[in-house]
Design a binder for this molecule. Sequence first.
Ligand code: PMP
Length: 290
Amino acid sequence: MKIYIDGKYYDERNAKISVFDHGLLYGDGIFEGIRAYNGRVFKLKEHIDRLFYSAKAILLEIPMAHADIMAATVETCRQNRIRDGYIRLVVTRGAGTLGLNPRSCKQPSVIIIAGKIQLYPQELYQQGMDIITVPTTRNLHSALNPAIKSLNYLNNILAKIEANNAGCEEAIMLNAAGFVAECTGDNIFVIKEGHLLTPPLSAGALYGITRRTVMELAAQAGLAVSEPDLTRYDLFNADECFLTGTAAEIMPVVKIDGRTIGAGKPGPVTRNLVTQYHTLTKASGQPIYE
Ligand code: PMP
């Protein structure tokens, strides 16, 4: 595997960054997870847009132009002969002193890894997931805005550990007001009487790129799409529920906190959205090889 670091490609064994990088010392940096399907990078522009929005929010000057990051991402896929894969793009604050002041970091680092991902076992996509709500709540906007895809993922990791300890793969995180925010690495949706509902970004959800894509597909299919505040009660009494994410794609949910959702199996609206999503991923995106 060839890994891009600051304009050069390194063999996996030699792809290293400084122990003084504030990405490591303080989680000071940002990232994106991107997919390649069928020789194309899916929603590349949208991911790089979000990377720049995250950078702006944490006052990080990305040392490359938008177009150059897009080109480097595609080139890293080419270098690794990727047709279907998962790309991890990281921008760290760079190496500095042991103090947390980011002004000691002279040059942010850009890292691109193009590999594979299998997040969840295949059978879960057929059977649907059993998930729980966990005690760790989503970060407050006023503390660390969940819209920032930062390297500081401890909030999500703590929730993930709580889910794993209870034998679940994913966790629903509520916000401090008790409304549903999202899951540890996925957005959450419900279907109720022909309406597709997902928490608003103000509830503490990441502006998911799969979330937006699914909302567009649902609207095209004639579903009413809205973003109201949702409580656990709304989830329990939904007809269908599913999660979305670049790595997870669309994952049906059939049980939440011991309550069976709908008929207890992936529902027809979810299955239809999965089919449409797969059709879209196969045929659109930035070509890697031409
Ligand atoms: N929420 C969180 C906390 C995430 O980390 C992610 C990405 N894994 C998502 C939602 C889904 O976002 P996207 O569809 O852009 O991958």
